[in-house]
Design a protein around this ligand. Structure first.
Ligand SMILES: [Fe+2]
Length: 288
């Protein structure tokens, strides 16, 4: 949603944006081809296994864009067959809103072995600096441009004078909310790519606060999940106004760091008719 009240235009010239992006892609092409960004999987890993088996060049990094959505088994265990079959492929992730549907979801995701939780930090993935902002904007916490009710997760979880009583726990969804403190911290850092679960403003349900974050961090490109659709072609028309190259990855889609489609996802969110398979069932258990 493009707001005339908050114009997207900024002091970076259109020519500068294109040149920067092309130069960045040329300089880091090999590394970018070997970083895969995964749209919301919601417990489905079969397409990842198939894409890995089919890929002539295996990725060095797999980055989940949130809504991994598991509550039955630790993420580290789920990834074990991947580790056995593709020892040189590492995993990073941000959380989505559904990764905090219950406390079990949150715990299972973060029991992740050596996978890297990108939320709130910048990590160097083979020479490409990738920043992560997981979670979603929640009306009762912060839905920019409205004022935030709570500045940080710590404050929301402890609620000042309104403490939780009698063994109550805060609603688990508070774990996945985006807080102003998350954005403040990241905006002081610099990165090449920003991954978010929520979309920037070029999506009809996106947020200009994420445009501002991407520009503050001077990223060349962003990837988001959450919306389960891929409007990247429409985003490209706004690239110069945004000041960065925004990309969407749809439900169970996979793109590499250049934005090229590795696996075409689906906008039909719940269209899988086959039962979900684990990585192990696709990759087999007789691997080295
Ligand atoms: Fe989702």
């Amino acid at each position: 949603m493009l707001s005339s009240k908050h114009p997207l235009r900024h002091d970076q010239s259109e020519a500068a944006m294109s040149r920067d992006m092309l130069a960045f892609d040329a300089e880091h092409a090999q590394a970018l081809r070997q970083i895969w960004f995964l749209g919301d999987v919601h417990g489905e890993f079969r397409h990842l296994a198939r894409a890995l088996l089919d890929a002539p060049q295996k990725p060095r990094w797999i980055v989940f864009l949130g809504d991994i959505d598991i509550d039955h088994k630790p993420f580290g265990e789920i990834l074990e067959p991947l580790r056995r079959n593709f020892a040189h492929t590492k995993v990073a992730f941000i959380h989505g809103n559904h990764d905090a549907d219950t406390y079990e979801h949150w715990q299972m995701l973060h029991d992740c072995g050596d996978a890297v939780a990108l939320h709130g930090q910048v990590v160097d993935l083979d020479g490409v600096k990738v920043a992560g902002l997981g979670g979603n904007f929640m009306g009762r916490i912060w839905s920019p441009p409205a004022q935030a009710t709570f500045q940080s997760k710590d404050k929301a979880m402890n609620r000042g004078p309104y403490q939780w009583r009698d063994g109550q726990r805060p609603n688990p969804s508070l774990h996945a909310a985006i807080y102003p403190s998350d954005i403040d911290r990241l905006s002081k850092l610099r990165a090449d790519i920003l991954v978010t679960h929520e979309a920037p403003s070029c999506h009809p349900y996106g947020f200009e606060a994420l445009d501002q974050l991407a520009r503050a961090m001077q990223v060349v490109r962003s990837f988001h999940g959450h919306q389960h659709d891929d409007r990247s072609q429409a985003y490209a028309l706004l690239r110069d106004q945004l000041g960065f190259d925004a990309r969407a990855v749809d439900y169970c889609g996979i793109k590499n760091g250049l934005g090229e489609i590795i696996y075409k996802g689906s906008e039909n969110n719940w269209g899988w008719s086959e039962p979900q398979l684990t990585l192990q069932e696709v990759l087999g258990s007789d691997s080295p």
